[in-house]
Design a binder for this molecule. Structure first.
Ligand code: GTP
Ligand code: MG
Length: 203
């Protein structure tokens, strides 16, 4: 995917604040600090389009970005971080579920899991939501650069077993080495423009 433009559109908490549904939309979810914001920056070749932080809980709103004037990417706040204020935590579930339930243009959810962990209850519950609302899921294992090649393959197999998916459906990703970037773009463009094959990705 050649990126010609990448811009921040708006932040939202509730549907009335979402931007118009003019484009196919792909959202990114996962535990706090898993690397959602960094992954979006890597995908669109921008260092600072999305704010990232070594302190978990940085993203607390639903942030919308428009890529090439044709694709909407959505950075969701992370779940599961203990130090986020209680009020924010309480807001997370309804805010994200309302988004998933109401966003007609949402085509797929990229679910990020740290490659050093395996999916646990939180991820499985989230996947249940996605299934319930019939949203496709693209599983991504982040920070793969922190593992050796052997460990990566092992972790991917372990995560795949828990998710009941074939291992090659899980994308190993690193913002440091850009591992997985092209594969993730391929999955996203295939879903956003199912009829156009490779054309869109090349133009
Ligand atoms: P919240 O907004 O708090 O939910 O976090 P987030 O999921 O958006 O994480 P963010 O992108 O802010 O990254 C968290 C930390 O992980 C930062 O210090 C990043 O530099 C680091 N990080 C993200 N991706 C990678 C990766 O692929 N490799 C390594 N080594 N570090 C990464
Ligand atoms: Mg973030």
């Amino acid at each position: 995917m050649i990126i010609t433009s990448a811009e921040f559109v708006t932040s939202a908490v509730k549907p009335a604040q979402y931007p118009p549904t003019d484009f196919p939309e792909i959202a990114f979810a996962g535990r706090s600090n898993v690397g959602k914001s960094s992954l979006i920056n890597t995908l669109v070749n921008r260092r600072h389009l999305v704010k990232t932080s070594s302190t978990p809980g940085r993203t607390q709103l639903i942030n919308f970005f428009l890529i090439n004037q044709t694709l909407s990417l959505v950075d969701l706040p992370g779940y599961g971080y203990a130090k986020v204020p209680q009020a924010v935590k309480k807001q997370w579930g309804p805010m994200v579920e309302t988004y998933i339930a109401n966003r007609a243009c949402l085509q797929a959810m990229v679910l990020l899991i740290d490659a050093r962990r395996v999916p646990v209850e939180e991820e499985l519950r989230f996947i249940d939501w996605l299934r319930h609302y019939q949203i496709r899921m693209i599983p991504v294992l982040t920070k793969a650069d922190k593992l050796s090649k052997n460990e990566r393959i092992k972790q991917r197999a372990a995560a795949a077993r828990i998710l009941l998916l074939p291992a090659d459906e899980l994308i190993l990703f690193s913002t440091k080495t850009r591992l997985g970037k092209e594969e993730l773009w391929r999955r996203i463009t295939d879903i956003a423009w199912p009829d156009q094959g490779e054309d869109h990705a090349e133009s």
